[in-house]
Design a protein around this ligand. Structure first.
Ligand SMILES: [Mg+2]
Ligand SMILES: [Zn+2]
Length: 171
């Protein structure tokens, strides 16, 4: 089974679930098309899964960590358990080491999943996801949404029209 990746990491907002800015309500969680199918397919192939997400709403004082945890718990009710959750709670101006496009959370996710970065993919919807992956030695796949900037799509080394197509590229 060595041709399968060790792990596939996902951005949360705009990738696994619809991007509701600074959402603290689990009742507002809506899956993106194909999300349930692709995480099930990956796990069926023994591929580890994780989530890497910036949640600056906490640092901005718009959300509590408990609210973010409640939303993440709802995601796991809908999609099953992920092997790691990496959450940056900081404000963009904090200069923290974790916020994407820093590779820190991607590297931490690989370590927690015991995954080799060169055998890991990161699927996200904006360039910060792509940059974080590249800086970590992980292969990025950009799945644009209508709000993804066209320049970011042009610069991405790999793109896919949706989650199903992205996961078909790695299995
Ligand atoms: Mg996103
Ligand atoms: Zn941070």
């Amino acid at each position: 089974m060595d041709h399968y990746p060790d792990a596939v990491l996902f951005d949360r907002d705009g990738t696994l679930i619809s991007d509701v800015p600074y959402n603290g309500d689990p009742g507002e969680v809506r899956l993106m098309p194909g999300a349930r199918e692709v995480v099930r397919l990956l796990r069926a192939h023994g591929v580890r899964t994780g989530v890497v997400t910036n949640q600056s709403g906490i640092g901005r004082g718009l959300l509590t960590r408990a609210q973010v945890d409640a939303v993440n718990a709802r995601v796991e009710v809908l999609l099953g358990r992920f092997g790691t959750w990496q959450v940056c709670p900081h404000h963009p101006d904090d200069g923290c080491p974790c916020r994407k496009p820093s590779p820190t959370m991607v590297l931490n996710a690989c370590e927690e999943l015991n995954a080799r970065p060169e055998r890991t993919y990161f699927i996200g919807d904006i360039e910060a996801d792509v940059k974080a992956a590249l800086a970590a030695g992980v292969t990025p796949i950009l799945v644009p949404t209508p709000v993804t900037l066209p320049d970011e799509v042009d610069r991405a080394p790999h793109t896919a029209p949706d989650l199903r197509a992205a996961v078909a590229m790695v299995l």
